[in-house]
Design a binder for this molecule. Structure first.
Ligand SMILES: NC(=O)c1ccc[n+]([C@@H]2O[C@H](COP(=O)([O-])OP(=O)(O)OC[C@H]3O[C@@H](n4cnc5c(N)ncnc54)[C@H](OP(=O)(O)O)[C@@H]3O)[C@@H](O)[C@H]2O)c1
Length: 330
């Protein structure tokens, strides 16, 4: 294998420094499956890692990119063969194990998901961790009783990667989706993804969250944490389910037990990182089937690996919308 390009995140004098480097195969981390990376993607976590805005990287230096999809060039594990198309996300990828912002990657076979039939490598990364997590959240909500006839489902951080895909999937599954956003300029975008209604975050009085308020939601997908999650809890219907996915606004949660013990609401923690493989595969299969978002192409833009760095700031400032695929093949 010739030397190849990678986006390496390092630390100098306690500060994050990131940039392109040439790596050789021996510098890749241990694993049974080596792949030619076709595409990666940009998630909020990638932006936190690359800019140092969050303490994400656990091993320096580390090639960034928590997602990768590509073609196997070498495998010492019987489950995968040269030429197989695969997805690798989660676990230590892009955090403590070289990630997807490179022309080649190497990962343990236990972290690999075969590309589902009917899904392209590009679509796999248009979905990426964001799409996988949105789908996992919805699967968990369904397992806890959510169905379209129960009532409306609210999605916060709706223009983000997880939010956009959650709005799209839920509306495809027949739910009445209310998109909650901070971006007045993106109302039409969200309606285009299938939102029945768009609420602006500025319209909420988050300074006065009651223990129990008017019951509005059968389901809630939360990407923000903090006051928005507390408000969601206080406005759940009887037996409503909340998928707690993100912390884009805050890590804290200041609420009361009232929604849980008086309305039977459930707060489901969604962790994409360590889902057991049978469920992980099932969720990816559903993303290629009944949970395939209808507007994935329209919500996705592509950047070349070399054009990656400026994209991170958009995510940190909460200005990005939809998904960004990284073309690693150049
Ligand atoms: N649990 C897991 O396994 C898992 C997996 C993937 C992602 N996540 C987390 O889920 C969240 C969403 O991820 P993502 O990749 O979709 O991120 P993203 O594309 O950056 O979207 C986040 C969205 O949240 C809103 N937002 C951003 N900053 C905000 C702020 N300071 N206050 C209020 N709203 C803000 C914006 O949407 P609007 O302007 O539309 O409101 C933004 O588009 C992140 O916190 C991420 O770390 C968790």
């Amino acid at each position: 294998m010739r030397p190849f390009k990678a986006y390496l995140i390092d630390q100098k004098d306690g500060k994050t420094v990131a940039g392109f480097a040439q790596l050789i195969e021996d510098q890749l981390d241990k694993g049974e499956v080596t792949l030619k990376v076709a595409y990666s993607s940009v998630n909020y976590k990638d932006a936190l890692a690359a800019t140092g805005a969050g303490r994400i990287i656990r091993r320096h230096p580390c090639v960034g990119g928590i997602d990768m999809a590509g073609t196997v060039v070498r495998s010492t594990d019987a489950r995968f063969r040269e030429g197989d198309e695969i997805i690798a996300t989660s676990y230590d990828i892009g955090v403590a194990h070289h990630g997807g912002y490179a022309e080649y990657g190497r990962v343990p076979a236990d972290w690999v998901v075969p590309l589902p039939k009917g899904m392209s490598l590009f679509d796999a990364m248009a979905l990426g961790t964001a799409g996988y997590t949105a789908a996992l959240g919805i699967v968990r909500m369904e397992e806890n009783g959510l169905k379209p006839s129960n009532g409306r489902v609210v999605v916060s951080g709706a223009t983000g990667g997880v939010g956009s895909i959650a709005v799209d999937i839920l509306s495809c599954l027949g739910y009445d989706v209310v998109a909650l956003t901070g971006k007045e300029s993106q109302v039409e975008y969200l309606k285009g993804l299938g939102a029945k209604e768009v609420m602006l975050r500025a319209s909420l009085d988050l300074a006065k969250i009651k223990p129990l308020d008017r019951a509005l939601w059968a389901g809630a997908v939360d990407n923000l944490g903090g006051e928005v999650l507390a408000w969601m809890a206080s406005t759940m219907q009887q037996n409503g389910v909340i998928a707690s996915i993100g912390l884009a606004a805050s890590m804290t949660l200041n609420t009361t037990v009232a929604p849980f013990i008086l309305r039977g609401a459930s707060l489901l923690g969604i962790d994409s990182g360590y889902t057991a493989m049978p469920l992980r595969r099932k969720v990816w299969e559903r993303l290629a089937g009944d949970m395939r978002p209808a507007h994935l192409a329209g919500m996705t833009r592509t950047v070349k690996l070399s054009d990656l760095p400026p994209v991170f700031d958009e995510f940190i400032k909460g200005q990005a919308h939809g998904r960004v695929v990284v073309d690693c093949a150049g």
